[in-house]
Ligand binder design. Structure first.
Ligand SMILES: Nc1ncnc2c1ncn2[C@@H]1O[C@H](COP(=O)(O)OP(=O)(O)O)[C@@H](O)[C@H]1O
Ligand SMILES: [Mg+2]
Length: 289
């Protein structure tokens, strides 16, 4: 993969799901997006914003209602499923939230599978490469485990090894850390960064998690099926900036509480040093504001 080369381009892609003949959901509206080789592109947005729909369309798992999908310079919009499944197998890697490993197969066999399906690898070659890929993602010692004998984080690493099996043009990840614990998530994120930098793997990652988004070179924000423009983003940041606590009001109220407590303690003839200490603390904070 040469860097900066266009790997996916979506042109005016819209997706409408019909729930009945008259009721529909516009999951994507006029999306224009280009992903380039060697980048980590993050698709960020709240639940229901269209991330999975976008990933499925980019991965040729679903077709747009209108618009074009171009992968590696090939317009795949109207290609029929028979050819598409081969195209997907040879050019795309997928990592889903729920790992989606084949439960009857070992980790090694799961990684061998996409290579064997292409007919381009002998069984020995596929086995050897699968072992190396499991080593690459750090789960080589679990090669003979079935998915239910692996933790979520380990299964996700096997899924990453499987996604890399046929040297895909890019890897699509839909909420890759959505089902795993925090420590494993950090490990997965670190692995993605390394695979991108050292191996040159291109990633498109859908997430609503800020920490996942932080590993991206670029963040594309989706809201209600639309990619947000720079001006929309600026407006939202401005709205968020107004959601700050009014520090002065909080401190004024607190000082009034301290006054009340002081009057109460005086009435009871009790020690006031604690009140004094609290007032000094607030005063030292008031300095900066
Ligand atoms: N197969 C489907 N049939 C009907 N509506 C769907 C289907 N898939 C997704 N949607 C709707 O499309 C919108 C976007 O969903 P999705 O792409 O799954 O968002 P996200 O992944 O960001 O949570 C939602 O309103 C969802 O209910
Ligand atoms: Mg989703």
């Amino acid at each position: 993969m040469r860097s900066n080369e266009e790997v996916v381009r979506l042109v005016n892609v819209s997706k409408r799901y019909y729930l009945s003949s008259s009721v529909y959901v516009d999951a994507l509206i006029n999306v224009n997006l280009t992903i380039r080789g060697r980048e980590i592109a993050i698709i960020m947005g709240p639940s229901g914003s269209g991330k999975t729909t976008l990933m499925n369309i980019m991965g040729t798992l679903d077709k747009p209602s209108s618009g074009q999908v171009i992968i590696d310079g090939i317009d795949v919009t109207n290609i029929d499923e028979k050819y598409l499944s081969k195209f997907r197998l040879e050019r795309l890697g997928f990592v889903f939230q729920q790992y989606n490993l084949v439960s009857q197969l070992t980790a090694l066999e799961n990684v061998m599978l996409p290579m064997l399906l292409t007919g381009r690898y002998t069984k020995d070659e596929a086995r050897e490469k699968a072992r190396l890929l499991l080593d690459l993602v750090g789960v080589g010692e679990f090669a003979n485990n079935k998915p239910n004998q692996l933790s979520g984080g380990q299964q996700q690493r096997v899924a990453i090894a499987r996604a890399l099996a046929n040297d895909p043009s890019f890897v699509i990840m839909d909420e890759p850390t959505g089902s795993i614990d925090l420590a494993s998530s950090y490990m997965i994120l670190d692995l993605i960064k390394l695979l991108n930098k050292a191996v040159g793997v291109t990633f498109v990652i859908a997430t609503h998690n800020m920490e996942v988004a932080a590993i991206g070179h670029r963040i594309i924000y989706l809201r209600g099926g639309r990619i947000m423009s720079e001006s929309d983003l600026a407006r939202i940041k401005e709205e968020f900036s107004r959601l700050r606590v009014d520090q002065v009001a909080v401190i004024k109220s607190y000082l009034r509480i301290l006054d009340l407590e002081e009057r109460r303690l005086r009435r009871l003839g009790q020690d006031l040093s604690e009140i004094e200490r609290k007032r000094n603390l607030v005063n030292s904070f008031i300095g900066p504001i």
